[in-house]
Design a protein around this ligand. Structure first.
Ligand SMILES: NC(=O)C1=CN([C@@H]2O[C@H](COP(=O)(O)OP(=O)(O)OC[C@H]3O[C@@H](n4cnc5c(N)ncnc54)[C@H](OP(=O)(O)O)[C@@H]3O)[C@@H](O)[C@H]2O)C=CC1
Ligand SMILES: CC(C)(CO)C(=O)C(=O)O
Length: 326
């Protein structure tokens, strides 16, 4: 029988992975939880333009407003619940919100940026397979249920914790195999935390500056010849924290690799998710992406003056959305 999939948070990333899975799993076995895009998604489904997979990709999964409604609609327990909402500190937490969909064997798959995002799920579901993933997938929901994707698709996955028991390791492999069979690129790791740190170089450096300046990454580079040295200094601070935790491959060479990717992009470049949030006046993942790095730096006595500055600025920007127009 086809695996049953639930996607919680079907915005930019969630819609793309739901579509990917629909290449091997019937759309009737994929349920998407939608909020602001519910009307459009339930009426016409999703439409994706991708520079990799092609334009005008349409698909219509099952659409529900809440996890309770999704669980009621499904005649079988869900095999995989994909959490593709932003990693935010909400009340109730997202871990609590997905409860109606979690059976004894459901694998919980986090497809989110940041570091230290798994703890709440591990606390609420100590016996379920928990799969931590991150993806290189520049995507933007340009209007409700209409998504644009460009340039790259690469997901890294592994269990949380890294030394999880074999049923969790099997579930992680199964998920990676599902994506691969559907035509996506997914890599399984014994310890995916190294890849989380590696991607933080990109997200800590570019997401806040693009949000604060409202310039896409490549366009920001063109504003001043000091931009690239600054971005490198920010990345090197993240490297020093990662190395303090034993991830020595998160280093200067990797920083150069990531900087080169942005530099080679056509203008105006990509719109990081934090910039999309700012333009929409939506809460940004300030703690998951920056605050948790600053905390980890403090715990190891690593100096991160640039990260502390960026954290305060972007945290202030976040707060401004809550109070409305200044
Ligand atoms: N966009 C990108 O290019 C990339 C993003 N990422 C990461 O992927 C994750 C997802 O990002 P992204 O797809 O951009 O985010 P989006 O904001 O595009 O999508 C998140 C979706 O979650 C929905 N949602 C949040 N809370 C709830 C809730 N309680 N009930 C129902 N729906 C809910 C939102 O609904 P609503 O619209 O109503 O708020 C929205 O549709 C983040 O961790 C991000 O950092 C990783 C790689 C690239
Ligand atoms: C920078 C990017 C697009 C890389 O995939 C990303 O992770 C984000 O927008 O948060």
């Amino acid at each position: 029988m086809a695996p049953r999939i639930l996607v919680f948070g079907t915005g930019s990333v969630g819609a793309v992975y739901a579509w990917v899975l629909s290449q091997t799993i019937p759309a009737t076995s994929i349920t998407t939880i939608c909020r602001s895009n519910y009307d459009q998604a339930s009426k016409d489904g999703f439409a994706i333009d991708s520079t990799i997979w092609g334009n005008n990709l349409k698909f219509k999964p099952v659409v529900a407003r809440t996890v309770a409604e999704a669980a009621e609609k499904s005649d079988q327990p869900f095999d995989h619940v994909l959490v593709c909402s932003k990693a935010l500190n909400t009340t109730p937490s997202t871990a609590e919100l997905i409860k109606p969909a979690i059976s004894e064997t459901t694998a919980i798959v986090l497809i989110q940026n940041g570091i230290g995002i798994e703890d709440e799920y591990a606390r609420v579901y100590p016996n379920n397979p928990l799969i931590s993933t991150l993806t290189y997938l520049p995507v933007t929901q340009v209007s409700p249920a209409v998504i644009q994707h460009r340039e790259v698709e690469l997901l890294h996955a592994g269990t949380y914790p890294a030394d999880a028991p074999s049923p969790s390791k099997d579930a992680a492999k199964k998920f990676v195999d599902l994506l691969t069979a559907a035509g996506a690129t997914a890599v399984l790791h014994d310890d995916v935390q190294e890849e989380r740190w590696a991607k933080l170089l990109v997200n800590v450096a570019w997401n806040p500056v693009c949000a604060l300046t409202r310039c896409r990454d490549r366009a920001f580079i063109n504003t001043n010849n000091k931009v690239l040295p600054f971005i490198k200094d920010v990345m090197m601070e993240v490297c020093s924290v990662a190395q303090a935790y034993g991830y020595d491959n998160v280093n200067e060479q990797l920083a150069h690799h990531h900087i080169g990717r942005a530099y080679r992009r056509d203008l105006p470049g990509v719109q990081p998710s934090m910039m999309a949030d700012t333009l929409a006046g939506r809460e940004m993942e300030v703690d998951a992406i920056i605050g948790n790095v600053v905390k980890r730096a403090r715990a190891k006595g690593v100096a991160v003056p640039l990260l502390r500055t960026i954290y305060l600025l972007v945290n202030g920007l976040n707060a401004s959305f809550a109070v409305g127009n200044p």
